[in-house]
Design a protein around this ligand. Structure first.
Ligand SMILES: C[S@@+](CC[C@H](N)C(=O)[O-])C[C@H]1O[C@@H](n2cnc3c(N)ncnc32)[C@H](O)[C@@H]1O
Length: 304
């Protein structure tokens, strides 16, 4: 019953609640983000000399963990987010509150613009990418880590239903407990008995749980800004990201697969070798895109 209540909370208040920073799941998420950043910098290093990059803008910094790592590699890093309330204090880098769709920086400000798991949350992606182009110096470079098709497929088809399976098992266990408790107490029909800490008749309690479990099972969650899951799956395909970037006047230099994991962060740190092997085969939850501006000629390009 506690697990079911936890699932409801998770469903309604967002899955971040499932992975508070100090918990094992929180550590797993931090591990994934660190790995994604390391891999992004490695693939960036294969395209440009990192020594030549000094000014860096991170879009959608979230807690600011990645900006802190970037600040160890580059001399001038700015963390930005539309909502800076979750940025950890004390700030390691300058922090700017602004939307990616209206960046509050002058033209040609940065050598590198990086975002991790952000673009899928931005309502007007083309406008945001245009803003990033404007603030990128001639010859500058961008790295965007975005979810793939497998992010949604794996989360929905495997993790979501495995997770909800756990909820169902817990529900039937609790139901059996309620029945036993009713028999033992032999309370008169219709009176309230204690069942998993709640005071309801077993029948009405179990009806409520069935409805809750069904509610959990039916809707397919949407992660970003797409109107529904199916649209989201289409938008997360490699060809869709590639067209979005190209339509925004960017050219993809290279990509790098990251790791296979689910949004529910279940089985943290398990099967790491298998996850990495699958990611190498293309079955990955996120992928990094290293991009440049396609038309650099008019901007007096100086390649890094
Ligand atoms: C899933 S979190 C990722 C946080 C962090 N980059 C990470 O990898 O852990 C998405 C972040 O994007 C930010 N975000 C959403 N829409 C944005 C926008 N239009 N402009 C800037 N940041 C935005 C959110 O506030 C949130 O911090």
């Amino acid at each position: 019953m506690r697990l079911l209540a936890r699932a409801q909370e998770l469903w309604h208040k967002g899955y971040q609640q499932w992975q508070p920073p100090g918990s094992r799941r929180g550590k797993w998420l931090a591990f994934i983000r660190k790995l994604e950043l390391e891999r992004s910098l490695a693939v960036l290093g294969s395209e440009v000399s990192l020594d030549k990059i000094s000014s860096v803008l991170e879009i959608g910094s979230g807690r600011g963990d990645q900006a802190a790592v970037l600040a160890k590699t580059f001399s001038h890093v700015i963390a930005s987010d539309v909502d800076v309330s979750s940025l950890q204090r004390p700030y390691v880098t300058p922090v700017v509150a602004c939307s990616a769709e209206a960046l509050c920086f002058p033209d040609d400000s940065f050598d590198l613009i990086l975002s991790s798991n952000v673009i899928e949350h931005i309502p007007d992606k083309v406008l945001a990418l245009r803003e990033m182009k404007r603030t990128l110096r001639p010859g500058g470079i961008m790295v965007h880590v975005v979810p793939t098709l497998f992010c949604q497929l794996f989360t929905l088809l495997v993790a979501k239903y495995a997770f909800q399976g756990m909820m169902l098992v817990s529900f039937f266990r609790e139901l059996a407990k309620c029945r036993r408790s009713r028999e033992q107490r032999s309370s008169p029909a219709g009176t309230h008995v204690s069942c998993g800490g709640e005071s309801k008749t077993p029948v009405s309690a179990s009806r409520g749980y069935v409805i809750r479990v069904l509610r959990l099972l039916l809707p397919l969650g949407v992660h970003g800004t797409a109107p529904n899951t199916f649209q989201e799956i289409l938008e997360y395909r490699h060809c869709s990201w590639q067209s979005l970037l190209e339509e925004s006047g960017l050219v993809v230099l290279t990509t790098r697969n990251m790791l296979l994991y689910s949004m529910y962060m279940i089985l943290p740190f398990r099967f790491l070798a298998v996850r990495m092997w699958l990611a190498r085969l293309g079955i990955t939850t996120t992928r990094a895109y290293v991009v440049r501006i396609a038309q650099e000629r008019n901007r007096g390009s100086r390649q890094l």
